[in-house]
Write a protein that binds this ligand. Structure first.
Ligand code: GDP
Ligand code: MG
Length: 289
């Protein structure tokens, strides 16, 4: 079983007797739009396929399929897909609206980094609800990693301050920061994230930092709109795309990478601890097409 086996596929390349004619390209375009790649992205991908098919003298459907996989993978190569964890500690901030899978993703990544023998510290900076810290605590126990938390309603930046102090004292390799999604408006979000950012700058100057936006793939084009808003407010360094299991909207991954110019760094295909992986664009494209 491949990691993306739960992804719904675009079937157009498996038709018998199909030719690489205008009908074929129209149908491909339509399939990409249906898969939520977005109109602009779909048009551009198909235009590129047409060009490459001509340039490379491609005749068969199977060759065209392989070419389309390369076209998609290239379109998604917009930066380093690996996390920058080059300093000790490094800090990874997880942002995104409620319910997209931030806390779950932190649990999964925490577990995986721990397996790589890294010393991981979780920071419960989602202080809106007590349940948020409780949920992260369960993941910390499951993964066997430390957690820093405060009471419900505490200042998120204060929790981050505690986490930086604990990271220094305990020699942590990575701090994974959970944040609240319910930051009613852009100004509020920006203020909150700026405050957290200043604490990290001051307490861990020069540390490697990532701000990962977590997006629910099933929300399709809405996810893209969210992503643009967060991009303006927060300056994200990567995307985590969750809930790719069983969605017919996998094409959204291409639109996000292409339109935001930010790489998808992780993909989630389920609720289990192993249902998250560093994103591989070629493997994804291969599974989609
Ligand atoms: N099917 C599926 N469910 C997921 C995935 N990631 C997270 N979830 C579920 O989405 C729900 C919300 O997740 P949570 O981490 O609490 O979201 P948060 O509000 O952003 O912290 C939970 O029920 C998770 O189990 C995924 O990749 N696939
Ligand atoms: Mg949460």
């Amino acid at each position: 079983m491949g990691f993306f086996d739960k992804l719904k596929k675009i079937n157009i390349f498996s038709g018998f007797g199909s030719e690489l004619d205008d009908d074929f390209y129209d149908e491909l375009e339509e399939s990409l739009i249906l898969a939520d790649a977005g109109m602009d992205t779909a048009l551009e991908l198909v235009a590129q396929l047409r060009r490459r098919v001509k340039e490379e003298g491609i005749k068969t459907l199977e060759e065209a399929r392989a070419c389309m996989v390369r076209v998609i993978a290239d379109a998604m190569s917009v930066g380093d897909a690996a996390l920058d964890l080059s300093t000790r500690p490094s800090v990874v901030l997880f942002i995104g609206v409620n319910g997209v899978g931030k806390t779950t993703t932190i649990g999964k990544i925490g577990h995986q980094l721990k397996e790589e023998r890294k010393k991981v510290l979780l920071c419960a900076a989602d202080t809106f609800r007590a349940a948020a810290a409780d949920q992260l605590t369960i993941w910390a126990e499951r993964a066997g990693v430390d957690i820093v938390k405060q009471h419900e309603g505490a200042d998120p930046a204060a929790v981050v301050f505690d986490a930086t102090a604990a990271a220094k004292a305990r020699g942590a390799d990575v701090v994974l920061v959970d944040t609240a999604g319910r930051l009613h408006n852009k100004q509020n979000l920006m203020n909150e994230l700026n405050k957290i950012s200043r604490v990290i700058d001051r307490e861990l100057p020069g540390c490697a930092r990532e701000t990962l936006l977590v997006l629910d793939a099933t929300t399709g084009q809405n996810g893209l709109i969210q992503a643009k808003q967060f991009q303006e407010a927060a300056g994200i360094t990567g995307i985590v795309l969750t809930k790719l299991d069983g969605t017919a909207k996998g094409g959204i991954a291409i639109a996000i990478a292409k339109e935001l110019g930010v790489p998808v760094k992780y993909a989630g295909v389920g609720e289990g601890v192993d249902d998250l992986r560093p994103f591989d664009a070629a493997e994804f494209a291969q599974a989609l097409i």
